[in-house]
Design a protein around this ligand. Structure first.
Ligand code: SF4
Length: 617
C-alpha cells in the first residue's frame, strides 16, 4: 500500500526503558501473531518473554504493556478499545484491564501495535508517541493534577492515558484514565506512578487497511447488522447502558447488598438505569467508532458529568445501602478524577462499614449514610490516616484487622457486582479467573439469570465457564468489546430458531456439544479479512485458550495453586435469606480442572502446554 497507511497488524511494538531513556522496537513474529492474535494475547506473551518471575510489582523491574488489536482503527464494530497489562500491586499476580477512549486507535495509527514500558524515570515524565517513534518528556509541573484536568491541559498533543493523584501515591487500586474511560482493575495506575510516569500520548495519522478488503467488508456488514438487531446491543445498552442491569440483577438476588450479606435492596429503583434515564440523562457516549455507545453523560447537582456504570451503582450504592443516585454520581466523578477503581473502592468502604459495626475497626462510616464518604475517597487517594490503610485493599485490611470471612475478594481482587450464590457459574468464574474475582474474564452470569442455565446448581457450569473464559480472551486479543458476544453468538441460526426450553435442555445436559457447536464465525471472518488469510473459529478459540493458560502458568510460578481458586467464606458458608442452596464449588472445580487439562493442584500439565504450543520453561 501507499504512504501513510498501515496494515491491520504492523507486528511492531515500541520498547521504552524509562531508566536508561533508550527507545527501541520489538518485532512480533508471524507465528506469535497467529497464536496470540494481538491485544491481550500478545501483551501476556510479551510479559512472559520480558518479565522476571517474583519481582515486586512496584519496582522498576515491572513492565507495562499496552496493546491495540487487529480491529483497532478499522470498521469492525466495537473494536476501538485497547488493553493494559502488567503485574498487579493489589494481587501480586498478572493483570489485564481492557478500556475504551481514543488512545488505542491513535496508537495503532502511529504504526505501532503497542508499547512496552520498563524501568523507572528519575522524575515525573510523559511518553509521546507519533508516526516517527517515541520520546520521553519532563512532566514535573503536571504531577498532582487530576485525570480530567491533565488531559484537558494537554489535549492538543493527542489522545492520552494518564493517572491521577491515586496512581502517583501508589494506591493499590489506582486506575488509568483514557479520556473519560478507565482501566480500573488491579491497580496498574500505581505501576505508572511507581515508574514516575504521568501519562502516554499518541498521535497517529496513518490509515489502517485490511489485507483482504472485500472479505473484511462483507464480514463487517453482516456483523454490524447483527449488532443493530440484537436486543442488548441494538436497544437495551444504547437506551439504558449497563445501569439497565440494576433492576434485572437486583430483582434476581445477584446485586450485592450490605457487603454481600443481604439479597434484596428495597430501594433499587432509585439507582436504576430507568430512573437515571428519566431524571438525569443528557446524552450517550462511548468508544470511538462503536455503534452501541453504551456510556452516558448525566446532569447531577447542576453539572454535566459521566454517569455511573452498573458496577459503580452496585458497589457504591446497594453494597453500602445508599439509594441517592446524586451522591453515587458525585463519588463516581471524584473517583474518576483522582484515578481510583470504583469497584474496589466500594468494596473497601463496605468492608470497613461492616468491620466498624462489628467493633473490629474504627471509622465513622456506616451503612446507609453518605456522610464521610467524600472525605474517605480523598483520604484513600492521598493515603491519609485510615485512607492510607484502605488504599491497600480489602485483603490487606483483613490480614491486619481480621474479618477474612467477610472480606469479599479472590486472589486479592475485590469481587465485581454479582453475588455468586445466585449465579454459581459466575462463582466458579470468580474462583478461577486469572486476575481474581473478575466478571469480565467470562461473564457466565449473563447466561444464568433468567436465561439458558439455572442460577444455582452445577449443570453445564464448568463447561460454560471454560468456554466463555477462552472466548473472552480471544475477543480481548482481537480487541472487540465483549458486548459483541451477545449479537455474534445469539443472532446466529441455532440460537434464533431453537425454542428456549430446548436450548436450556441442551446447554444444561449436553454442554460439551452446545459449546463446541456455538457459531463464532463473525469473529473468525472479520479476522480473516484483516489478516488476509484464513483464520478459523478453531484458531480463534484456541488463541483464547492459549492466552488463558499462559497467564495461569505465569501466576502458578508466582505461587498460585488450587488453594487460591476459592471464594470468600461468607459466600460459601452463609445461607442466603432466600434459602438457596450453597455453591458446590469443589464439585465444579474438579470438572473444570479436567476440562482445562490441569493437575489436581491447578497447574496446566505438560501435555496441555504442549497441545497449546506454550513453552514449559
Ligand atoms: S459497547 Fe460500550 S464499552 Fe463496548 S465498545 Fe461500545 S461504547 Fe465501548
Amino acid at each position: 500500500m501507499k504512504d501513510n497507511t498501515i496494515s491491520a497488524v504492523s507486528n511492531k511494538v515500541l520498547d521504552v526503558d524509562l531508566t536508561t531513556g533508550n527507545i527501541g522496537e520489538i518485532e512480533i513474529s508471524d507465528e506469535d501473531r497467529r497464536r496470540y492474535i494481538g491485544g491481550k494475547g500478545l501483551a501476556i506473551k510479551l510479559l512472559f518473554d520480558h518479565i522476571k518471575p517474583k519481582i515486586d510489582p512496584l519496582s522498576e523491574e515491572n513492565i507495562i504493556v499496552m496493546m491495540s488489536g487487529p480491529t483497532s482503527g478499522t470498521a469492525a464494530p466495537a473494536g476501538g478499545r485497547f488493553v493494559v497489562c502488567g503485574k498487579s500491586p493489589l494481587t501480586g499476580i498478572f493483570a489485564s484491564s481492557i478500556v475504551g477512549g481514543s488512545f488505542g486507535l491513535s496508537l495503532k495509527r502511529t504504526g505501532f501495535d503497542g508499547i512496552l514500558i520498563r524501568g523507572k524515570a528519575k522524575a515525573p515524565v510523559t511518553i509521546v508517541v507519533n508516526d516517527k517513534g517515541a520520546k520521553i518528556e519532563d512532566a514535573k509541573k503536571f504531577w498532582g493534577m487530576d485525570t480530567y484536568e491533565f488531559q484537558e491541559k494537554r489535549k492538543k498533543d493527542g489522545d492520552w492515558v494518564t493517572i491521577g493523584p491515586a496512581g502517583e501515591n501508589l494506591v493499590n487500586f489506582a486506575a488509568i484514565a483514557s479520556g473519560n474511560r478507565f482501566a480500573g482493575r488491579c491497580g496498574l495506575g500505581a505501576v505508572f506512578g511507581s515508574k514516575n510516569l504521568k501519562g502516554v500520548v499518541a498521535k497517529g495519522t496513518k490509515k489502517v487497511w485490511a489485507k483482504n478488503p472485500e472479505a473484511f467488508k462483507k464480514a463487517v456488514n453482516i456483523a454490524r447488522k447483527k449488532v443493530k438487531s440484537h436486543y442488548m446491543t441494538g436497544e437495551n445498552l444504547p437506551e439504558l447502558g449497563t445501569p439497565g442491569n440494576v433492576m434485572v440483577y437486583g430483582s434476581n438476588g445477584i446485586m450485592p447488598v450490605r457487603n454481600f450479606s443481604k439479597t434484596n435492596f428495597e430501594e433499587k429503583e432509585k439507582i436504576s438505569g430507568e430512573y437515571i434515564k428519566d431524571n438525569h440523562f443528557v446524552k450517550n457516549h462511548g468508544c470511538v467508532g462503536c455503534p452501541i455507545q453504551c456510556g452516558r453523560m448525566g446532569k447531577y447537582g447542576g453539572k454535566e458529568i459521566v454517569s455511573p456504570e452498573y458496577e459503580t451503582l452496585a458497589l457504591m450504592g446497594s453494597n453500602l445501602m445508599i439509594d441517592n443516585v446524586e451522591d453515587i454520581a458525585r463519588w463516581n466523578d471524584l473517583l474518576n478524577r483522582l484515578g481510583l477503581d470504583t469497584i474496589t473502592t466500594g468494596s473497601v468502604i463496605g468492608f470497613v462499614m461492616e468491620m466498624t459495626e462489628k467493633g473490629l475497626m474504627k471509622s465513622g462510616l456506616t451503612f446507609g449514610h453518605s456522610e464521610g464518604i467524600d472525605q474517605i475517597i480523598e483520604d484513600i487517594a492521598y493515603r491519609r490516616e485510615l485512607g492510607d490503610e484502605m488504599a491497600d485493599g480489602v485483603k490487606a485490611l483483613s490480614d491486619k484487622y481480621g474479618g477474612g470471612e467477610i472480606a469479599i475478594q479472590v486472589k486479592g481482587l475485590e469481587m465485581a457486582a454479582y453475588d455468586p450464590r445466585g449465579c454459581t457459574g459466575q462463582g466458579l468464574g470468580f474462583a478461577t479467573a486469572n486476575r481474581g474475582a473478575c466478571h469480565l474474564s467470562g461473564s457466565t452470569h449473563a447466561i444464568e439469570v433468567g436465561s439458558y442455565l439455572e442460577q444455582h446448581g452445577v449443570k453445564g457450569k464448568a463447561e460454560f465457564v471454560k468456554f466463555l473464559q477462552d472466548l473472552t480472551d480471544a475477543v480481548n486479543s482481537s480487541i472487540f468489546c465483549i458486548q459483541t458476544e451477545f449479537p455474534f453468538l445469539e443472532e446466529n441460526f441455532a440460537y434464533k430458531n431453537t425454542p428456549l426450553p430446548i436450548m436450556q435442555l441442551v446447554m444444561r445436559y449436553l454442554p460439551g456439544i452446545a459449546t463446541a457447536t456455538t457459531d463464532l464465525s463473525d469473529y473468525a471472518n472479520i479476522l480473516s479479512g484483516l489478516f488476509g488469510e484464513k483464520f478459523t473459529t478453531k484458531d480463534f478459540v484456541q488463541a483464547g485458550e492459549r492466552t488463558f493458560n499462559l497467564e495461569r502458568l505465569m501466576n502458578c510460578r508466582e505461587g498460585i495453586s488450587k488453594d487460591d481458586d476459592t471464594l470468600p467464606d461468607r459466600l460459601l458458608k452463609e445461607v442466603r435469606e432466600d434459602g438457596w442452596p450453597k455453591i458446590e464449588l469443589e464439585k465444579m472445580l474438579v470438572k473444570y480442572y479436567k476440562l482445562r487439562g490441569w493437575s489436581d493442584e491447578g497447574w496446566p500439565t505438560l501435555k496441555t502446554l504442549k497441545k497449546l504450543a506454550i513453552p514449559a520453561d
